[in-house]
Design a protein around this ligand. Structure first.
Ligand code: APR
Length: 263
């Protein structure tokens, strides 16, 4: 709350306006990106200094061609990221989204994140558009591979991927790489929820990567109130009707606290 008090009047008004929209809503979609996990210690991608893509090249680590070229390098990077994610704890912003489920009849979280933190926090309906680092499959027939058998790595060095016991193909994380299609069931669930929601909270995303970045536009075009929660005035071009300039771990608890007053 301090960040908001310190902020301009518009921040406080924005949170109040967003709380009023939530109070009148039946269906809410919370669309989250890497910024949602920043306060849990997981780096975002495009932060100029600490972002993953300022330290690593996605073409070398997050494409099917990269995995074919150097499977141990790619698998090791994800084994390192998995260790980071499993060491992270959901912050108060995640708890606020869980609390929202008791205040609004229909809440769906649609996340671009693969860290599993929404599920660990207790959100009951989570659509993982880019897959999850809690799941592994083989690169051949997509046979599931037990995540508990996957080696974790303390550094981002090479780790030889396991081999699928069913077909002999290499094991890979069940995440969406650049150039790959998003899971069909996840896309359908996300697009349906966005098209019929009354409010969409867009939290911690730069809105640069499609098709996920299309969701706020779909919601806005269908008449929803779009609320953005982000400390930066971002390049996201969606019709954010209410912009809450602040961190997820500060704004989301403030939003839920204000919503309770309207209940
Ligand atoms: N609270 C809210 N937002 C934050 C916070 C925070 N504490 N910290 C940073 N942000 C915002 C940044 O201002 C930025 O707008 O989160 C956003 C993070 O943007 P990106 O790093 O681009 O992450 P994201 O939008 O999730 O990227 C989308 O790109 O690389 C691919 O697959 C990857 O899912 C990822 C996709």
């Amino acid at each position: 709350m301090d960040d908001l008090v310190a902020g301009t009047v518009t921040e406080r008004d924005a949170v109040e306006a967003a709380a009023r929209a939530l109070a009148a809503a039946r269906r809410v979609v919370v669309a989250t990106g890497a910024g949602m996990s920043q306060e849990s210690g997981i780096p975002t991608f495009r932060d100029a200094v600490s972002g993953m893509w300022s330290r690593f090249d996605p073409d070398d680590l997050a494409t099917p061609a990269a995995f074919a070229r150097d499977p141990a390098r790619v698998f090791g990077w994800y084994a390192w990221r998995r260790r980071l994610m499993r060491a992270a704890e959901p912050h108060t912003g995640y708890d606020a989204l869980v609390a929202l489920e008791a205040l609004v009849p229909d809440v769906v979280v649609v996340t671009q994140n693969i860290d599993g933190l929404h599920r660990r926090a207790g959100s009951r309906r989570v659509v993982e558009l880019h897959g999850s680092l809690d799941r592994f499959v083989c690169a051949g027939a997509l046979h599931p591979y037990p995540a508990e058998a996957v080696p974790e790595s303390a550094a981002d060095g090479a780790v030889a991927p396991p081999v699928c016991p069913q077909c002999g193909a290499l094991v890979r994380p069940a995440v969406v790489w650049f150039g790959e299609m998003l899971p069909e069931t996840a896309v359908r669930a996300a697009w349906e929820a966005a098209a019929r929601c009354d409010v969409m909270l867009v939290v911690g995303t730069s809105g640069l990567v499609y098709p996920a970045a299309a969701l706020p536009q779909i919601a806005g075009d269908a008449g929803a109130t779009v609320v953005e929660v982000n400390p930066e005035a971002d390049e996201g071009s969606w019709p954010a009707l209410i912009r809450c300039r602040g961190r997820a771990g500060v704004v989301l608890p403030a939003l839920v606290e204000r919503l309770r007053r309207h209940r």
